[in-house]
Design a protein around this ligand. Structure first.
Ligand code: IPD
Ligand code: CA
Length: 263
């Protein structure tokens, strides 16, 4: 695979995502708990199955890692589709229109293509490596906010354990003091896209999974943003903390996070 043929591949993924969106029409939702405060619906499973069936045909030798399916056995050298069938499942269940389908492609472990679609707002975020980032076909870029006091913070809450809740509250609480305000959308994939579109300057969460961020990171990189672990280490697509910013705000935000974590 060369990067030249990522453009037609992106078009095919967009088409699949639009087809899958029909499966998220919220009627007769059945909810199952996967863990404490962690849910899956019949729509998540239907979208997951759709992508597992259709994505491998788009790229020879590719495999699919979906949040709602067992992981593929040997992913070491294969191009890997990383799918969150619905990111923002809790919003979906409660009728809040802030959720999305997220499909990323990892090539040699790096995100090279991403499609994130909110079917309610009809916002389609797309990118492939070297091709720029777009919202509904219009180029997007991170904002130029250089001071935290003039930017909006996006954060997610990690309600799954006492440890993550406490740490997340401490970090958000500290950053809140330095920023215009903060928002919790309930969808980490959309947060990263909002950052890419310049709607906020910083995004933090204490636990992000590969399916929450694979597509978003491809889009953010093309929009001029950056993402690391909270301690500044490179993102590796394993579950863990993320600090994503417009680049200009990265170091100053990391310092405040470290202060909040050691308090
Ligand atoms: C969740 C959302 C949420 C974030 C959680 C994720 P899901 O994904 O992205 O914003 O706080 O950590 O697990 O469960 O809706 O796919
Ligand atoms: Ca999900």
């Amino acid at each position: 695979m060369t990067f030249e043929n990522l453009a037609p591949l992106l078009e095919k993924v967009e088409s699949l995502v639009h087809q899958a969106a029909v499966l998220t029409t919220p009627r007769d939702i059945t909810v199952t708990a996967k863990g404490e405060k962690d849910f899956v619906t019949n729509a998540d499973v239907a979208v997951s199955n759709f992508f597992i069936q259709h994505l491998p045909a788009l790229l020879e030798g590719s495999q699919v890692l979906s949040e709602e399916a067992p992981p593929p056995s040997n992913t070491q050298n294969a191009p890997l589709w990383v799918v969150d069938p619905i990111d923002g499942t809790t919003n979906f269940i409660f009728g809040l229109p802030v959720y999305c389908i997220s499909v990323g492609l990892l090539w040699q472990g790096q995100p090279v293509l991403g499609v994130v679609y909110n079917p309610v707002m009809q916002e389609l975020y797309t990118a492939y490596k070297g091709g720029g980032a777009f919202l509904n076909g219009v180029p997007i870029h991170v904002n130029t906010d250089a001071e935290l006091k003039s930017t909006l913070l996006l954060a997610e809450t990690n309600p799954y354990s006492n440890r993550t809740q406490t740490l997340t509250s401490a970090v958000i609480g500290e950053l809140f003091l330095h920023t215009v305000d903060y928002r919790v959308t309930g969808s980490a994939a959309l947060d990263i896209c909002y950052l890419a579109a310049g709607r906020a300057g910083v995004f933090v969460t204490e636990q992000i999974t590969p399916w929450d961020c694979a597509a978003g990171l491809a889009i953010l990189a093309e929009a001029g943003g950056m993402a690391t672990r909270w301690n500044g280490e490179a993102m590796d697509l394993q579950t863990g903390a993320i600090l994503a910013t417009n680049g200009l705000l990265h170091n100053q935000t990391a310092v405040i996070i470290q202060q909040a974590c050691t308090r």
